[in-house]
Design a protein around this ligand. Structure first.
Ligand SMILES: [Zn+2]
Ligand SMILES: [Zn+2]
Length: 263
């Protein structure tokens, strides 16, 4: 495949949850776009998966946090600490950590616990707090849009669009909501949580058929389901999703790659 430098290469680093699993690490996706290395969520096990992918932590330019639950943020302090080894100079570019309402307080809380152990070199760390309302900012060579979704107060879904116009949407954790349908509209790839099978629906999360319904309403071009609790691996997720969605469907696995390339 001819990969243009403006394309987006996605790697599912963790397709799991808070449950420990050798097959499914906690939540994280790597989006490589031109010069940017964007990490979306940073659950436990993320740094090991990055190594398995051949990616150095010093090359990550942005960390986007969908919300602050530990299965999405648990390795953030360790990530910052690891950036100091051996002396912090391996990081050539600043790191931006981007999250929803309370992001600055969340980082201040980590600083309160870990102090200077999670400091980077001066001018090497930016903390960015996004509003609940729909917003759009430019990050190097991509456009980042975000909107609040139904899970926690700070929860955001992200839409990332590269220079070539290709986009993907990351749901974060969420229940069924209009804002997710709207931000996902006609995206090339919709990475959507499907935490529990249809028969075990829990508040604040989606199921395969609910994720499929959102994908169908938003007319996405491809749906990738992820964030599977072990219950999901005991049922036929694809059949459940097909009740509501007939388009291209991928079931997430750790270290799976998806290329968004010009056709
Ligand atoms: Zn959560
Ligand atoms: Zn979660």
């Amino acid at each position: 495949m001819n990969i243009d430098k403006t394309d987006i290469t996605l790697t599912i680093l963790g397709s799991g949850t808070c449950v420990t699993s050798l097959e499914r690490s906690s939540c994280s996706v790597l989006a490589e776009t031109g010069e940017s290395r964007n990490l979306i969520d940073c659950g436990p096990g993320t740094m090991r998966r990055l190594l398995e992918n051949g990616t150095q932590i010093h090359d990550i330019s942005h960390i986007l946090l969908s919300h602050f639950h530990p299965d999405h943020t648990g390795e953030l302090a360790a990530f910052l600490f690891a950036n100091k080894y051996p002396d912090g100079r391996r990081r050539k570019n600043p790191l931006s950590i981007i999250g929803g309402k309370g992001m600055a307080d969340f980082y201040a809380g980590l600083k309160n616990v870990y102090g200077c152990w999670i400091d980077l070199e001066p001018n090497r760390l930016n903390i960015v707090e996004l509003p609940r309302e729909k917003s759009a900012i430019n990050l190097n060579d991509i456009m980042l849009e975000s909107v609040h979704v139904e899970h926690n107060e700070e929860s955001l879904a992200f839409r990332i669009t590269g220079n070539s116009g290709h986009s993907f949407v990351y749901s974060g954790d969420t229940d069924f909501c209009e804002s997710l349908i709207n931000i996902a509209r006609e995206t090339d790839l919709f990475i959507c949580e499907s935490a529990m099978p249809d028969e075990f629906k829990v508040k604040g999360h989606l199921t395969p058929s609910a994720a499929g319904e959102i994908a169908a309403l938003a007319k996405v071009k491809k749906l990738l389901l992820t964030h599977f609790y072990p219950e999901c691996d005991k049922v036929d997720i694809e059949t459940q999703c097909r009740k509501t969605y007939q388009g291209p469907l991928v079931l997430g696995r750790d270290l799976m790659k998806i290329y968004l390339a010009p056709s």
